[in-house]
Ligand binder design. Structure first.
Ligand SMILES: Nc1ncnc2c1ncn2[C@@H]1O[C@H](COP(=O)(O)OP(=O)(O)OP(=O)(O)O)[C@@H](O)[C@H]1O
Length: 231
């Protein structure tokens, strides 16, 4: 088996008759962290949904460890170790933080959970609080911790830092890099340049539903991301 974990060929998809993601091709290696940048509305979340299985592809093939998972739904892909903390299905307001974390069955006593609690002590302090009463940033931390605790081969994170304070963003980056060293791969749709610079082994920019690689092909990651994102 090669070190390639995820291989995507000719992936397209969208909503009804509208195609958002167009003919996307890439592969990701074991332990690789890829950041996905791009302006609002270009299709980053749609690509993440196509990868997680919450949106069925119109064309294309997604292979995980050389097995075709394109026809599997989100739950089945999760069983195959594609973990995700995506925006919409993130955190249920009527459940406590502890119950939200326990939904995947992976929030038990483990070194990984201990590490997450050490990085984000606020989580344990909020265990018995209903998630609907959390701040936006705290909900993002719950979603992040749950996705990380799943310990999947590949973890998809959609704007994990939205509303999160800088020191916690830096800790998110530290945890991602530690996990990547242990062989986990990540795709992180993200606009926060500090996090991108902290964690990215590669960075892609999405534009009109198509992907182009910026880094490491460009030596000036910040310059190129800023130019592509903000102008
Ligand atoms: N459920 C939906 N039904 C129809 N169109 C949708 C749906 N969700 C998103 N879109 C459209 O698809 C396009 C891409 O949206 P998407 O959420 O993938 O962009 P994004 O790059 O993640 O944006 P952001 O950075 O703002 O989160 C947008 O034009 C959006 O209006």
């Amino acid at each position: 088996m090669s070190d390639k974990i995820l291989d995507v060929k000719g992936l397209s998809g969208g909503y009804g008759d509208i195609t958002i993601v167009r003919d996307v091709n890439f592969s990701i290696g074991k332990g690789e962290v890829v950041c996905l940048a791009g302006r609002n509305g270009v299709g980053k979340t749609t690509l993440m949904k196509l990868l997680s299985g919450s949106l069925p592809p119109v064309t294309g093939q997604i292979s995980l460890n050389e097995n075709d998972v394109s026809g599997l739904n989100a739950f089945e892909r999760q069983q195959k170790q594609i973990s995700h903390g995506l925006q919409e299905q993130s955190v249920f307001g009527g459940l406590t933080v502890r119950d939200n974390l326990s939904l995947t069955g992976k929030w038990g006593k483990s070194p990984l959970v201990d590490r997450l609690l050490e990085a984000f002590p606020i989580i344990e302090k909020r265990y018995d609080v209903q998630a609907g009463k959390l701040s936006g940033g705290e909900r993002k931390l719950v979603s992040f911790c749950r996705a990380l605790a799943e310990n999947g081969l590949i973890t998809l994170l959609d704007e994990p830092t939205e509303g999160v304070q800088p020191e916690n963003i830096e800790r998110m980056g530290e945890v991602i890099l530690e996990q990547a060293k242990q062989g986990r791969s990540f795709i992180v749709a993200e606009q926060n340049l500090s996090l991108i610079e902290q964690i990215a082994h590669a960075c892609w920019v999405m534009d009109h539903g198509e992907l182009k690689s910026l880094y490491p092909s460009s030596p000036d990651l910040r310059g190129y991301v800023v130019k592509d994102l903000l102008i």
